[in-house]
Design a protein around this ligand. Structure first.
Ligand code: ADP
Length: 336
């Protein structure tokens, strides 16, 4: 009988619980024993292991967060830490490990493969959607809906006071959340890494967008969605620069960790369930060092190295749309 283990690592994402449930139920279906390591890779290093049962995963499909907890683990990046992790996996006679996490967590699997001989299967779980090998990562769609909901609320108050808001969203180094939520909320401007060459050089352009909209519509609400990590000091500092240069107050809103929380939406629950089943099947079929994903509605297996080393592009159709639906199109096209 195979013994498989599962853990959730790195930034938590809505749908991780749905995925754990799917892994556990599928493993039990095939007659495997299934274990959970708690707190991401810390669980491997510190040997925090528990047997998972059908009972434990009942009624968690709709819950945000992760039953197994998640964490970052600096020890796992050291040789002594990873050797300890491999030792604990061997001591528990684990044949295969499933890691649900983002880019860093998958890099960790590649690192572990040098010290541990068992099968390794990754499942993309991150709100950032920045992994090649799957159109969507678990959590991305829910996080995007959370952002849209927040911006809709901001729009009401922005309209009432004819204010300019700069809304900073997550995404690490990728603009998936910014682009999708910005388009869906009708933001006047979306600033995201893939759409920029150098934000410092394009600052005039960003300012011109705001000024041209004010010329076109007079005093009116104006919402800028901006990805995190684009400006030193983030939206707090950049909105201050805009306030000084435009002469109209620009208010920052940092959505922060609310983007990671909440119940997964239907899309993420279904994706998590499909990928959980497929990951256990991949183990049954003898695969290793692969990530499960879904591309154009087909379940896929992609080498983990390709998933983390190939930068996933944002949807070109979406970036093209952005230029067309913005009110001050002339300014935009002059600038970009
Ligand atoms: P995410 O998986 O959400 O991208 P992180 O980038 O923080 O989150 O990575 C999660 C964990 O994966 C890290 O805390 C570390 O334990 C492990 N990890 C990340 N990169 C590596 C690496 N190059 N080698 C070994 N472990 C890594």
């Amino acid at each position: 009988m195979k013994r498989i283990a599962v853990l959730t690592s790195g930034g938590d994402a809505p749908g991780m619980n749905a995925c754990i449930r799917s892994v556990v139920l599928t493993a039990l279906h095939f007659g495997y024993q299934v274990y959970g390591f708690r707190h991401g890779y810390n669980g491997l290093v510190d040997n925090e292991i528990e047997l998972l049962t059908m009972q434990q995963v009942r009624h968690i499909i709709q819950k945000g967060g992760t039953l197994l907890k998640s964490a970052r683990c600096s020890k796992f990046k050291t040789e002594s830490g990873i050797k300890l992790a491999a030792k604990h996996l061997d001591a528990a006679e684990i044949d295969a490990l499933i890691v649900i996490g983002g880019d860093g967590s998958l890099r960790g699997m590649m690192h572990l493969s040098k010290y541990w001989q068992g099968q390794l299967i990754g499942i993309p779980g991150t709100i950032d959607n920045d992994l090649s090998g799957s159109d969507n990562t678990i959590g991305f769609q829910t996080a995007t809906e959370t952002v849209i909901d927040a911006i809709d609320k901001l729009r009401d108050t922005a309209d009432a006071f004819e204010r300019i808001f700069m809304v900073e969203v997550m995404g690490r180094d990728a603009g998936f959340i910014a682009l999708s939520s910005g388009i869906a909320s009708g933001a006047e401007q979306i600033i995201y890494p893939e759409g920029l060459k150098d934000i410092h050089q394009e600052l005039d352009c960003i300012i011109q967008h705001v000024e041209s909209a004010r010329k076109l519509h007079g005093r009116s609400s104006y919402i800028i969605v901006i990805s995190e990590n684009l400006w030193p000091g983030g939206a707090y500092d950049l909105s201050q620069v805009l306030t000084e240069q435009i002469g109209i107050e620009c208010r920052p809103v940092i959505l922060g960790h609310i983007q990671r929380g909440g119940c997964p939406n239907g899309f993420d629950r279904i994706l998590a369930t499909k990928l959980g089943v497929f990951a256990v099947e991949a183990i049954k079929n003898g695969h290793s060092l692969m990530m499960v994903g879904e591309i154009s509605n087909e379940l896929t297996l992609t080498a983990i190295s390709d998933c983390v080393n190939n930068k996933k592009p944002v949807d070109k159709k979406l970036s093209d749309i952005q230029a067309k639906v913005f009110d001050s199109v002339e300014i935009l096209s002059n600038c970009t």
